[in-house]
Design a protein around this ligand. Structure first.
Ligand SMILES: [Zn+2]
Length: 276
């Protein structure tokens, strides 16, 4: 699946890596409880037993270069059989992996960067510079421990560390490509980046990853967050900014193709889908 649209003067395409099937809602979002979580899921036509999310990778052309924002699960099927579609959908968009000048990572979780390397140890995007925050690489190379960490660290070792000399660190608020600005949004991971685009757009990564649950329950901590309290603060700060500045949003895990706007209603939020 691909979806073409425009971010200001830049040509943009959402390229799918396919959907993921996560755990039960109450295992992912802590606090509201099963029945409360079920209501907005049912209202939006989503299953209530397992969380199902998309992986909407953004392809953006600016300054004569082509950037890919996050690259999905690659060949691993940790969350169901339907992921790993990025390369075939890129072909559908008429883009060869060799055409990608920059791969930009929001953070180092499996579903955002495990499409970086092929299984034979060669880069899937042979000409690409890898853009990420130094804080993110530092976090993973410090060897964090905890449940599921061994798998995450193996992923970093396979996909990121071999490309160390191709990494270009991006600083908070830096315009590292024409019209593309990084925004430090720590909490989900310590070095998580969102991106602001000239033309009034924001790519939010996993700051508010689920529509509708991250919007209906902005204070619900997520088991995927490294620092759950900081993640809640960062989410509210970013969502308030999206509302105040009337920014359009590219939502990585939102229902296809993940584009829309955010409204604030009595202290909670609502994502209003648009086609861009
Ligand atoms: Zn994610």
């Amino acid at each position: 699946m691909i979806h073409r649209f425009q971010i200001g003067a830049m040509r943009a395409t959402i390229v799918s890596d396919g959907p993921l099937l996560l755990h039960a809602p109450e295992k992912v979002f802590l606090g509201p409880g099963k029945d409360m979580l079920a209501r907005p899921l049912t209202d939006s036509g989503q299953p209530v037993d397992r969380i199902r999310v998309e992986q909407n990778c953004l392809l953006l052309e600016t300054g004569g270069k082509t950037f890919l924002f996050d690259n999905g699960m690659g060949s691993e099927k940790l969350y169901g059989p339907d992921s790993g579609k990025l390369l075939e959908n890129l072909a559908l968009a008429g883009v060869s992996p060799a055409d990608i000048d920059g791969v930009v990572l929001t953070h180092g979780h499996s579903d955002h960067c495990w499409g970086t390397m092929a299984d034979d140890g060669t880069p899937n995007f042979p000409n690409a510079t890898l853009y990420m925050s130094q804080a993110e690489l530092d976090y993973w190379t410090a060897g964090p421990s905890g449940p599921g960490m061994a798998k995450s660290l193996a992923g970093i070792a396979k996909h990121i560390l071999p490309l160390r000399d191709r990494i270009r660190f991006v600083r908070d608020e830096e315009e590292f490509a024409p019209g593309v600005h990084a925004l430090a949004t720590p909490g989900h991971t310590p070095g998580h980046l969102a991106f602001l685009f000239d033309g009034g757009w924001c790519l939010t990564g996993d700051v508010a990853f689920h529509d509708p649950l991250s919007y209906t329950f902005p204070d619900a901590e997520s088991v995927y967050d490294t620092d759950r309290e900081q993640s809640v603060r960062t989410r509210r700060r970013l969502l308030d900014r999206l509302v105040a500045d009337r920014l359009s949003v590219v939502g990585y895990h939102h229902p296809w193709p993940g584009l829309g706007r955010v409204e604030k209603i009595y202290g909670t939020y609502r994502f209003v889908a648009e086609t861009g």
